[in-house]
Design a protein around this ligand. Structure first.
Ligand code: 5GP
Ligand code: ZN
Length: 129
């Protein structure tokens, strides 16, 4: 049993979380409209856009949420923010944009794989709902 658990954990580390739709997008098992990709991160258009530009930027490694960040895995977040501004420029968001992370149940997170929403192309309201 223990060996099976260790095997599953190792497999998950290699393949990502097998129940996770964003891991499946990373693996190419679910199609997406990619706008940026490198060895650490992937950015693709949201299926249900909430603004003229709505892009999701995710680490390729499965991290469940912002609450699961540690000193060891958090480096990817700064990389995401540097790439986010490049994507924003590429998308013509010269007048500003918003980067959102929903964390956990009360934060409104529906997909349990860390992701940042890059939203732009309209004026954003504040406070968020
Ligand atoms: P959350 O609510 O967790 O912050 O955001 C999840 C986002 O993922 C939502 O905006 C939702 O529209 C998007 N989403 C969910 N499933 C898919 C999918 O299969 N493909 C794409 N491109 N976006 C998805
Ligand atoms: Zn995942």
């Amino acid at each position: 049993m223990r060996r099976f658990r260790l095997f599953k954990r190792a497999l998950r580390r290699i393949r990502g979380n097998m129940d996770c739709i964003f891991c499946k997008i990373v693996q190419g098992e679910i199609p997406s409209t990619k706008v940026y990709e490198d060895d650490q991160i992937l950015a693709f258009r949201d299926l249900d856009p909430q603004a003229p530009v709505h892009i999701l930027i995710i680490p390729k490694m499965h991290i469940a949420s912002a609450d699961a960040l540690t000193e060891e895995n958090a480096g990817v977040v700064s990389h995401i923010f540097v790439v986010a501004k490049q994507i924003a420029a590429q998308e013509g968001l010269t007048n500003g944009y918003r980067i959102v992370n929903n964390c956990g149940e009360d934060g409104g997170q529906t997909v349990k794989h860390l992701h940042f929403h890059l939203l732009g192309g309209r004026t954003m309201a504040w406070p968020p709902g």
